[in-house]
Design a protein around this ligand. Structure first.
Ligand SMILES: [Zn+2]
Length: 121
């Protein structure tokens, strides 16, 4: 054992191509979102997710925050997403499907920031 069989090698190559495709789709999505074509951006995100699932490839960390977990919409704060910071959490409210997503606000390893820092005092 130790040596990878033909099948395993092929799988590695497929995974590499899949992750390349995902990053291309992500770039395209960003471009479309900037030019205001949100449905296209969402569609690219959907395709990237589909490729990730099919080839068992992890999506980049930034992907998670760019798309709504529930409806898959490309998130643009102020346009289709409301973002608020409260009690050390970033709350993202999707205006398309109403889904609320919270994640901790981490600054330089500190798990939460004080409210006085938020107010600039
Ligand atoms: Zn949503």
């Amino acid at each position: 054992m130790g040596k990878k069989g033909r099948y395993a090698k092929q799988k590695d190559r497929r995974k590499k191509i899949a992750s390349e495709r995902i990053s291309i789709l992500m770039e395209l999505a960003d471009k479309e979102a900037i030019s205001g074509k949100l449905d296209r951006a969402s569609r690219y995100g959907y395709l990237a997710r589909k490729i990730g699932k099919k080839y068992n490839v992890r999506l980049p960390g930034t992907f998670k925050h760019k798309y709504c977990k529930h409806c898959g919409t490309y998130r643009v704060p102020s346009r289709n997403t409301r973002v608020r910071i409260s009690r050390g959490h970033i709350t993202t409210h999707c205006l398309e499907c109403g889904d609320i997503y919270r994640r901790p606000y981490i600054v330089n390893g500190n798990r939460s920031i004080k409210e006085s820092e938020l107010n600039g005092q």
